[in-house]
Design a protein around this ligand. Structure first.
Ligand SMILES: [Zn+2]
Length: 69
């Protein structure tokens, strides 16, 4: 058993693949099932990274962690 493998890697950021962040300063979290491009900054989902659950919660009050049910 390699103990290094058991430790959580702080470099890995947990993201939710169902949401993405655009370049806007506000309302930058988009749900992929609803929109794949931002009408404001013109960024698209494939150019951007996925959103972090703690940030999604700020924008979507009914959001729940998918691995937490
Ligand atoms: Zn945008």
């Amino acid at each position: 058993m390699n103990e290094e493998m058991l430790r959580p890697n702080p470099m890995i950021v947990i993201t939710d693949p169902n949401y993405w962040d655009c370049d806007c300063d506000n309302n930058y979290i988009h749900k992929k099932s609803i929109t794949l491009s931002c009408p404001v900054c013109k960024m698209t989902e494939d150019e951007c990274s996925d959103s972090r659950p703690n940030e999604i919660k700020l924008h979507y009050k009914d959001y729940k962690d998918s691995n937490n049910d």
